[in-house]
Design a protein around this ligand. Sequence first.
Ligand code: TTJ
Length: 648
Amino acid sequence: MANNENETKEERAREYDASQIQVLEGLEAVRKRPGMYIGTTSSQGLHHLVWEIVDNGIDEALAGFANAIHVTVKKDNSITVTDNGRGIPVDIQKKTGKPALETVFTILHAGGKFGGGGYKVSGGLHGVGASVVNALSTELDVQVVRDGKRYAMDFTRGHVKTPMHVTETGLPEEKHGTYVHFLPDPYIFQETTTFDIQTLTTRIRELAFLNKGLRITIRDERPETPTEEDFLYEGGIRHYVDYLNKNKTTLFEPPIYVEGEENGITVEVALQYTEDYHNNLLTFTNNIHTYEGGTHEEGFKRALTRVVNDYARQNKLMKDSDANLTGDDVREGLTAVVSVKHPDPQFEGQTKTKLGNSDARTAVDHTFADHFMRFLMEHPDVARKVVDKGTLASKARVAAKRAREVTRKKSGLEISNLPGKLADNTSKDPEISELFIVEGDSAGGSAKQGRSRLTQAILPIRGKILNVEKASMDRILANEEIRSMFTAMGTGFGDDFDVSKANYHKLIIMTDADVDGAHIRTLLLTLIYRYMRPLLDAGFVYIACPPLYRVRQGKFQRYIDSDEELKAILGQLAPSPKPQIQRYKGLGEMDAEQLWDTTMNPENRRLLRVDSQDAINADQVFSMLMGDKVAPRRQFIEDNATFADLDV
Ligand code: TTJ
C-alpha cells in the first residue's frame, strides 16, 4: 500500500490483476485471523514465526544442500535467519509472471511447492510458511545469493515494498544461501514482541539434536555484550539422550542408537537406562515434538517390551512360570528419544501432536526390534542390567499395588476420610476452591485464621517432605504427608489418578521466601511433577509469593517482593519521616491478617502458575536437585543462589 502512493488510480487498478487480488486477500486473511495460521498471537505465536522461517532452512539442510543455519535476535527484537543452501529460486514463473521468490513470501502455503522433488520434512505444527510470517511483520527483507548474484527484495505487512532486484551491497560471505530478516508487527502481537532467548535456545538445541551434522547458531544482540551459542551434534539424538541424562546415574554407556528406513519412513531411536524410577520418553515426527505420542511411540513401546521379554526368556533370566514384564516395568529408568521423518504425517489429538499414521508403528517396531535384539545378544552384561531393572520394577509394582489396597481399606485415599490436619473450605465447587499447602504448623495456623472459609482450604505440612526422586512407589505411598495431599486433592494415585476428580482447581504452594522454603517448594513440585502431572497440565498448580518487606511511612503502607523494588520505593519516600521497614523472614512472622492481606487475598496476592510446557528442562532440574549426583546440584545452587524463580 504505502509504496504505491505516487501512482495514479488507473495505474493501480491495472496492477491489481486477478492474482494480485488473490495474494492480498490471502495475506489480509492472515492479518484478520492470525490465530488460524499460527495458533495464537501470544508469545508462543511470536516465537512460531521464527520456526516457520528456520524450518525452511532445515528442509534445505535435510535435502543435503545446507549445513549451517544462523539465527540472530537484533537489538530491535527483529530476527534474522540465514542458511547456506541453494537459495530460494528467483526465476520468473510463467503462471504469475513474478519471481518465485516473491511467490514464496506472498502466497499462502507456497513453501512446499519448491521442493524440487524432495518432500518437505520439517515444518512447524501449523506449517504455513514464509508468507504468513511476512503478513505478520511490519518489515521483512530477504536476500538470496545464487548463480554468482545477490538478489534482494523487501515487504511491509506482506505487501511488496521493493520488487526483486540484483544488488551489490548487503550481506556477502556465502557463495549461495538465503537471508531473511523480519520485524513482527506489534499490532498483531499485542501481548509481546520480545523474543525469549531461553525459548529460542532450547528449541534450537533440540533441532540440532534432531538433525545430526547440522550447525545451528543463536545470537542475541540485545545485551551490551552479545551472546552466541553454537550447536552441532554429529551423533544426533545419541547426544540428546546424553544431555537428558547428564544429571543421572546411567546403567551403561554410551546410549544405544538405532537408525533405519522402512517404506520411506526414516527411523532413529536412542536410549539409555538410568537408576531412576521414572522414564523420559520423547518422540518426534519431522522435528515436531509429538507430546501426545502416537503410532511411532506405540511401535517403540511394543517392540521394547517384546524384545526384553523374549531376550529374558531365551536366556533363562526369567522362570517359565514368571509373568511377562509389563511395558511400565521395562520402561522404568529409561530415557529414550524416538525420531521419525515421515513424507505425509497425519497429526491428531487435542493439540495435534499425536501421530496417526499406522505405517509409522510398524516402521519403528521393525527397525528398533531387530537392532535392539541384536544389541542385547552382543552385550549380555548390559542386557542383564536391563532385565534386572525391569524385574525389580515388576516386584515394586506388585508390592505397591498391595500397599495401595491395604492403605485404601485401612484409612486412606478416600475423600470421605479427609486428613486430620486439613482445614477444608465450605464450598464444594472445585472451580472456586483453593488448597493451600503451607510450610509449618505456625504459618498453617495463621493461614487457617486468615483465610476465606468459603473458598480456601489449608493443609499444613511439616518441614521437608519425602524426596520422591529417590523413593520407590510403595515408600511414597506409606508417607503420611504425601498421602494427605493426595487424599485432600481427591484425585487418586498412580494408575488411578484422575484429574477430573480434583477437589480444588488451585493447589497453591505457600512456603517461606528463604532457601529452606525454596527447597520444600522444590520437593513438593517434584512430587507433583512425578505423580500428579495432570494437575500441572491442567494449570492447577500455583506458587504463592509472600512479600519480603513491608514499608510504612505514616499512613502509607506497601508490601515489597524484591530488593530492587525496596530500593525504588525508599527512593520515592526520601523526604522525612524515616520509613519503617519490616523484613519478613518466614510466613510464621506474619499474623493472620497480614498473611491474608499479602499472600492469600485474591485481590492483592501474586500467584505464579507453574506449567509443565518444558517437561525436558523440568525433568533435568528435578533429577539434578533431587537425584543422587552431587556436583551438578551444587553448581546449580551456586548459579541460582536463592533459586528464586524455579521455572518448570
Ligand atoms: C528449492 O529447490 C530449488 C533450489 O532451492 C530450494 C530452496 O527453496 N531452498 C531454500 C529455501 N534454501 N533456503 C531456503 C529458505 C531459507 C530461509 C532461511 C527462509 C526461507 C523462507 C527459505
